[in-house]
Design a binder for this molecule. Sequence first.
Ligand code: PGA
Length: 256
Amino acid sequence: MKNRKPLMAANWKMNLSLDEARDLLAGIKGAAIDFDKVDVLVAPPFTTLQLARELLSGTDVFIAGQNMHWEAKGAFTGEISPLMLKEAGCTHVILGHSERRALFLETSETVNQKVEASIEAGLTPIVCIGETLEEREEEKTFDIIGAQLRESLKSKCQQGKLPEGLIMAYEPVWAIGTGKTATPEQAQEAHLFVRRWLKENVGHDTGEAIRILYGGSVRPENIKELMSQPDIDGALIGGASLRADSFLSIIRFYEG
Ligand code: PGA
């Protein structure tokens, strides 16, 4: 029996107009969700954060940024700071998503700076790691995610200050937006690796407490089987989080 509360996190990426967002947020707000059984989070684009805060006020739904800079302020055109995310109503921030790593050349070193800055600002980071198809085929999966863990969490690990509330997301790159989900066994194997790494490097209790989300083509049809795995504590959902019906049916996996 897992003691960790499941978390279903919606990553909207660069999608939805304000009107579309309004409809989706209204659908989430109006739904019967048992917040004792599940935590729910939405990560809209920056320009939709204010609307999300307004429409979700009075609910238990958390709001996250999809990225941020590590500095508090300054000449960083196009960037957003931890404090700005907080002011916009965010409690969490997604860091090191594979699209950021692949398309915007983010490295685990910069993710590490962001992890440190987010924690110091009082935001909970959702730190993404995962291997490409090529890396999996070359049997490098655990080397890759091991290195991403070590480098992305470096500062807080060295300081002995990695918080239990930190959230990890294992997202095999080949499963994102492709309709190819990792099998529950493949996902569990990777999650167990992450959990063992955390226990060895951060401490048993923290490693046990940290939630590890699975991401990559999560759908209403596969969520139950994924959630039945001992080390899968929730999901980071892209495509299927853009419609209220599919996101809600993923959230309500607990209905059995
Ligand atoms: P997907 O995206 O559910 O559309 O595969 C997941 C993610 O990238 O977080």
